[in-house]
Design a protein around this ligand. Structure first.
Ligand code: NAD
Ligand code: G3P
Length: 335
């Protein structure tokens, strides 16, 4: 049997801890970096990360540390599991510690606010590595379901197919089924945009609308996501895959989604600040990425009406009811 891989996961929130568990269950030696020393100590002493994954026992092969140098030491893969808008700053601190040939793996689903860059672009730039060494994992992957061992599939994307296959092997378990892909643009645009569409679905649910409304938002959301992705050079088929339609359906439909839940609170009349307080520090990426995606779309002359109203509800005081009326009152057109 081949030697286990040594893998660092940087970020011990919901997804970082869950993905570290997947990697450990797949037979790798995993070191998980937690920002707060008490979270690292809790994981090592009790095998739990109760604030993010209550009731889940973590495998022995997974150890935690608050020392990033210790986490990345001799790692073949360094998995970046922090929010999109802090990734640049976090990675700049870790960059001098990274082993020479490490593959950098992004779990984040967002577009950077100031630069409008995708996460793999931020990583390539900050870590100063060629894009062949940057990979992305994205799919219908609600952390709590996966931590409980429920089956799902995902996509591991890298422009270097061999590296994608190596990562696929490293995270393949009896409940987690990864497929490879080389279309980073399509995978990342899908992952970022579905959070915004999930906010829209949540808003609609908060307004009391049912499955027809959700389905219409999902389908038209996929249409605008595909338009943006194709304008940026993505393969249109990617949007019909796990990281596209798959993740869109999971996120828009599930009460476990932080983005959908955030939207639902807005739809019921809460303010952004109230919804943020209720999230207890957990990230709803779409709240910031709706603005960067909207700007990216404008830069490329792409129409994204749902993203536009979500941005205006979150940041310009547009009320949910008038936002829905605005979408319904748009000019009639062919599908
Ligand atoms: N939770 C999921 O189900 C899930 C699934 C797939 C992808 N993702 C994506 O993975 C990324 C991370 O999500 P998560 O669910 O782990 O988020 P989270 O809010 O649960 O945890 C974020 C982690 O990043 C750490 N962190 C480090 N520096 C930080 C800083 N400056 N500000 C804030 N947090 C900082 C936090 O301490 C925390 O451990 C997001 O882009 C998310 O969209 C999440
Ligand atoms: O909880 P959310 O809304 O961040 O979504 C989690 C994952 O991205 C679903 O795949």
């Amino acid at each position: 049997m081949a030697q286990p891989e040594r893998i660092a996961v940087l970020g011990a929130g919901s997804w970082g801890t869950t993905f570290a568990k997947v990697l450990a269950d797949a037979g790798n030696d995993v070191c998980l970096w937690a920002r707060r020393p008490q979270v690292a100590a809790e994981i090592n002493e009790t095998r739990c990360n109760d604030s993010y994954l209550p009731g889940i026992t973590l495998p022995e092969r997974l150890r935690a540390t608050d020392d990033a140098a210790e986490a990345v030491h001799a790692a073949e893969f360094a998995v970046l599991a922090v929010p999109s808008q802090t990734l640049r700053e976090n990675l700049a601190g870790w960059q001098p510690l990274l082993p020479q040939d490490v593959t950098l793996v992004s779990l984040a689903k967002g577009v950077e606010l100031s630069t409008l860059k995708r996460m793999s672009q931020v990583i390539g730039e900050v870590a100063d590595v060629p894009m062949e060494r940057v990979a992305v994992v994205s799919g219908p992957n609600l952390a709590k379901e996966i931590a409980a061992g429920q089956p799902t599939a995902t996509v591991v994307a890298c422009s270097d197919e061999e590296r994608a296959v190596a990562l696929q092997k490293a995270c393949f378990t009896r409940y987690f089924r990864p497929y490879t892909n080389t279309d980073l643009v399509g995978i990342e645009i899908s992952g970022a945009c579905k959070n915004v569409i999930a906010l829209a679905c949540g808003i609609a649910a908060g307004l009391g609308f049912g499955h027809n409304t959700m389905s219409s938002l999902i389908t038209r959301g996929l249409a605008e996501t595909t338009r943006l992705g194709v304008a940026l050079g993505a393969d249109p088929m990617t949007f019909a895959g796990l990281a596209g339609l798959g993740d869109l359906v999971a996120t828009c439909a599930s009460p476990l989604s932080r983005n959908r839940t955030f939207g639902e609170r807005l739809g019921r009349g809460e303010t952004v600040v109230q919804a943020q307080e209720a999230a207890h520090g957990q990230v709803s990426e779409g709240v910031k990425s709706c603005s960067s995606i909207r700007q990216l779309a404008a830069r490329h002359g792409v129409e994204m009406p749902i993203t536009d109203v979500v941005h205006r509800v979150c940041h310009e005081g547009l009320e949910p009811g008038p936002a829905a009326a605005e979408l319904l009152g748009r000019e009639r057109k062919a599908e």
